[in-house]
Design a protein around this ligand. Structure first.
Ligand code: ADP
Ligand code: F6P
Length: 323
C-alpha cells in the first residue's frame, strides 16, 4: 500500500479576505483525498523556521466567513535567495511534506512556489490578493470583498461631500494596477478615475470639474489608484484652481479586512479543491486560475508571463456617464 501523502498550505504576501475559505477548502479536500495537511505559519518565513501546525477538519471550523488568514502571512527576503530555497526544501523533507505545498498569495509568492517545485517540492499557487493583478487569472481571492468595502466607504464620503458642496479625492489600493480604482469609480459615479493604465492630466480633471460646475453640479468624487498616488497634492491643486473645497482620503488597509463576500468564499472553495486535486495526482508547478468563470490551471512561469487587459471600456463608460 502506498504511503499516505502529507501536503502543506501557507499564505504569503498581503492578506486578502477569502484566504481562510481557501485554507478550509484545501484542508477538507485533502482529508477527502486521504492526505494529511500541515499548516505552515507566517508564509515562507515559517517554512524556513519550521513553524508547522498539523491541521485536521476541526482546525478549519468557523473560518469560512472570517477575514485575514489563520496561518498568518509575511514577506520573506531570505526565501528569494537560492540558499533560502534549499533550506526550505530541507525543512519540507524533515516534516515529510513530500506531497507538496499549496501557496495562497500573489505573483511574488508564485515565483517562490516555482523555485520550490523545480527543487522537487511540487507546489500549486492559488491567487489571493485584493488587487486582482495576477495576469493569468480573471479573478483573485479578496478582490470582490475589497471592491465592496471601498464602494461602501466612497458612498459615505459622497454623503459628506454632497452636504458641503465639496470635491473628494479618494485613493484606493491596487499596488500598480487600476482594477480596483476603475471598478470603484464606475460603481460610485466618480467624475474622474485616475489610473496608470489610461492617460490623464490634472488640467483635464480641473477643466472637467469647472465645466460641470457651470451645469449646476456641486460635489465631485475623483478616484485615484494607489499606483498613481499623490492624492493629497491632487486635492490641493483642484481646490486652488476651482475654488471648490477639496479633501483627500486614502482608504488604506481597511480595504484588506472584513468578512469575505459570497464570491470570494465560493471561488476560494473551488480553487482550494482544484489545488488539492492536482497535488493528489502528483502534479506541481501550476497556478490555479479563473478563465471564463471556470477553474483552470497553468504552468507557473507561463501564467506569470501572460498579459491581462485593463478594463478600458469600463473606464470610458465611467467617464461617459459622469457629467
Ligand atoms: P505577493 O505574493 O503578494 O506578490 P510578494 O511580492 O511580497 O507578495 O511576495 C511574497 C513572498 O514571496 C516574498 O516575501 C518572498 O518570500 C517570495 N518571493 C517573492 N518574489 C520572489 C522571487 N522572485 N523568487 C522567489 N521568491 C519570491
Ligand atoms: O497587494 C495588496 C496590497 O494591499 C496592495 O494593494 C498594497 O499596495 C500593498 O498590499 C500594501 O502592502 P503593506 O500591507 O505591506 O502595506
Amino acid at each position: 500500500m502506498s504511503e499516505k501523502k502529507t501536503i502543506g498550505v501557507l499564505t504569503s504576501g498581503g492578506d486578502a479576505p477569502g484566504m481562510n475559505a481557501a485554507i478550509r477548502a484545501v484542508v477538507r479536500a485533502a482529508i477527502r483525498e486521504n492526505m494529511n495537511v500541515v499548516g505552515i505559519m507566517h508564509g515562507y518565513n515559517g517554512l524556513l523556521n519550521g513553524e508547522f501546525k498539523d491541521l485536521n477538519e476541526r482546525s478549519v471550523s468557523d473560518i469560512i466567513g472570517k477575514g485575514g488568514t489563520i496561518l498568518y502571512t509575511a514577506r520573506c527576503l531570505e526565501f528569494k535567495k537560492a540558499e533560502g530555497v534549499d533550506k526550505a526544501v530541507e525543512k519540507c523533507k524533515e516534516k515529510g511534506l513530500t506531497g507538496g505545498i499549496v501557496v495562497i498569495g500573489g505573483d511574488g509568492s508564485f515565483r517562490g512556489a516555482r523555485d520550490l517545485s523545480v527543487k522537487g517540492i511540487p507546489c500549486i499557487g492559488i491567487p489571493g490578493t485584493i488587487d486582482n493583478d495576477i495576469n493569468c487569472t480573471e479573478y483573485t481571492i479578496g478582490y470582490d470583498t475589497a471592491l465592496n468595502t471601498a464602494v461602501e466607504l466612497v458612498d459615505k464620503i459622497r454623503d459628506t461631500a454632497q452636504s458641503h458642496d465639496r470635491c473628494s479625492v479618494v485613493e484606493v489600493m491596487g499596488r500598480g494596477a487600476g482594477y480596483i480604482a476603475v471598478n470603484v469609480g464606475a460603481a460610485c459615479g466618480a467624475v474622474e478615475v485616475i489610473t496608470n493604465e489610461m492617460p490623464y492630466s490634472i488640467d483635464s480633471v480641473v477643466e472637467k470639474i469647472q465645466a460641470l460646475q457651470k451645469t449646476g453640479k456641486k460635489h465631485f468624487i475623483v478616484v485615484v489608484s494607489e499606483g498613481v498616488g499623490g492624492s493629497v497634492q491632487m486635492a490641493e491643486q483642484i481646490e486652488d484652481r476651482t475654488d471648490i473645497e477639496t479633501r483627500a482620503t486614502i482608504l488604506g488597509h481597511v480595504q484588506r479586512g472584513g468578512a469575505p463576500s459570497v464570491r470570494d468564499r465560493v471561488i476560494a472553495s473551488k480553487m482550494g479543491k482544484h489545488a488539492v486535486k492536482l497535488l493528489s495526482q502528483g502534479i506541481g508547478n501550476r497556478v490555479v486560475s479563473l478563465k471564463q468563470d471556470q477553474v483552470v490551471d497553468y504552468d507557473i512561469l507561463e501564467g506569470l508571463d501572460m498579459k491581462k487587459p485593463y478594463e478600458v471600456e469600463l473606464h470610458k463608460l465611467c467617464e461617459e456617464l459622469s457629467f
